[in-house]
Design a protein around this ligand. Structure first.
Ligand SMILES: *Cc1c(COP(=O)(O)O)cnc(C)c1O
Length: 423
């Protein structure tokens, strides 16, 4: 009996794209139960920035378990939570001159988004939230209402309201600054757009197709929010924790968001953890008003603290991400030049790179072929037309080169099978 097919819900998805039964993993490698090895260019969709079973972090986790460190404590105070908060403040917030309070919602990204939206509505007394085309913020109803993808939205089964979708940077082509349109709708009493509680945005849309907003666009968006007293929320769940180079994706744009959602790699070891960073004056929650059994996962605190101490005391990881990201980008651009009828462009920031195909089927075939050649790689975008590189940030140069070789080989095989496309 194939227990996955017989017992597990039809909703399962990644196991269809990566049809193996995985058993072990280390750094940027996974092994299935038959001993086949796979290079990881998928990185747990951004949850494994420090790789699988990171040796530096593992020691701390094992030691904590060995000593019967408290694992579950709802949101009670614990030594591991204190160490996490102190470390987060000392290594992440203070050096960046960021002043936030930290909320622990439930352990998933979508829960961080729900909490941020609820708080924005509570603070402002307004209902609606502005989000952007091709945004992805999670699968619960509030987060889904600010998510663009029609297929995902259709799963809600109820109307998704109290949200307005605006064109993201570049949505209307290179010649249109979509902030002009947003500004007009806010200024014009005839626009039909009510003043929103908040704007929620990804600086780089991961699930939406590696769409990169320019720093100027983001800065204009923030300025517009300030002018209209709209709360400015950045969803850094996928693009944070060093994915684009710096710890927060918005650092080089010089932004100062009112709230920041973090999850995915903040748990350090692939452990579930989510945070909402809140400007202190906005922290108007009543005790218990946003509750949850699994807030504050102590094992994740231990792993996250170890990850911050190991990787964020200096900028060596950031520089490695930038160097490896530049190498991936260079290779992707070469693919675009070699096969201009197949690939539209290469885009991304840091180790968050996309190779845009002119047809979704090709992207899927390339990822399937890469899997057959021993590599995990995922597609993204409204039509899954973008091949996306999300390798663990700790991957070495050799791993990057190996991945690019597998990718090129896979592209050649896919295009070779389709004679009309051979360059
Ligand atoms: C993954 C993701 C989420 C949702 O996180 P979950 O843990 O899957 O609920 C929200 N926003 C962004 C940008 C994401 O990439």
């Amino acid at each position: 009996m194939n227990v996955f097919e017989e017992l597990e819900s039809e909703v399962r998805s990644y196991c269809r794209g990566f049809p193996a039964v995985f058993e072990r993993a280390k750094d940027h490698w996974l092994w299935d139960e038959n001993g086949n090895r796979y290079l990881d260019f998928f990185g747990g969709a951004g949850a494994l920035n420090y790789g699988h079973n990171n040796e530096h972090i593992k020691g701390k986790v094992l030691e904590y378990i060995q000593n019967d460190g408290i694992i579950h404590s709802l949101d009670m105070a614990s030594v591991s939570k204190r160490e996490f908060l102190e470390t987060f403040n000392e290594i992440i917030l203070e050096p960046r001159k960021l002043n936030y309070k930290v909320q622990f919602p439930g352990p998933t990204g979508t829960n961080a988004v729900e909490a941020a939206l609820k708080l924005a509505r509570k603070v402002t007394g307004r209902d609606s939230v502005i989000s952007f085309t091709n945004a992805f913020h999670g699968m619960t109803l509030g987060a889904l209402s600010v998510t663009g993808n029609a297929f995902k939205r259709s799963g809600a089964g109820v109307p998704l309201g109290n949200a307005v979708s605006m064109p993201y940077d570049g949505y209307l082509g290179d010649d249109t600054d979509t902030i002009d349109y947003l500004e007009k709708t806010l200024e014009d009493g005839g626009s039909g757009i009510d003043l929103p509680a908040a704007v929620i945005v990804e600086t780089l849309q991961g699930e939406g197709g590696i769409n990169v907003a320019s720093f100027e666009w983001l800065k204009r968006l923030e300025d517009l929010c300030r002018r209209w007293e709209i709360l400015f929320i950045i969803d850094d769940i996928q693009s944070g924790c060093g994915r684009t180079g710096p710890f927060f994706s918005f650092e080089p744009a010089g932004l100062d968001p009112d709230m920041v959602c973090l999850s995915k790699s903040i748990g350090g070891y692939g452990f579930p953890l989510a945070l909402v960073l809140i400007k202190p004056e906005l922290d108007v929650w009543e005790p218990g008003e946003h509750n949850g059994t699994f807030r504050g996962n102590n094992l994740a605190f231990v792993a996250s603290t170890a990850a911050m101490r190991q990787y964020w005391r200096d900028d060596s990881l950031s520089r490695q991400v930038e160097a490896n990201g530049a190498r991936v980008r260079e290779a992707f651009e070469k693919f675009v030049m070699t096969w201009p009828d197949v690939f539209v462009e290469a885009r991304g920031r840091g180790l968050f790179q996309g190779l845009v195909c002119n047809d979704a089927e090709i992207a899927d075939k390339i990822c399937a072929e890469a899997f057959a050649n021993g590599m995990l790689m995922e597609t993204s975008g409204a039509e899954s037309e973008v091949v996306k590189c999300l390798a663990p940030l700790t991957i070495d140069q050799e791993g990057i080169e190996m991945g690019l070789e597998i990718l090129e080989k896979s592209i050649r095989t896919v295009l070779g099978k389709d004679d009309s496309r051979v360059a």
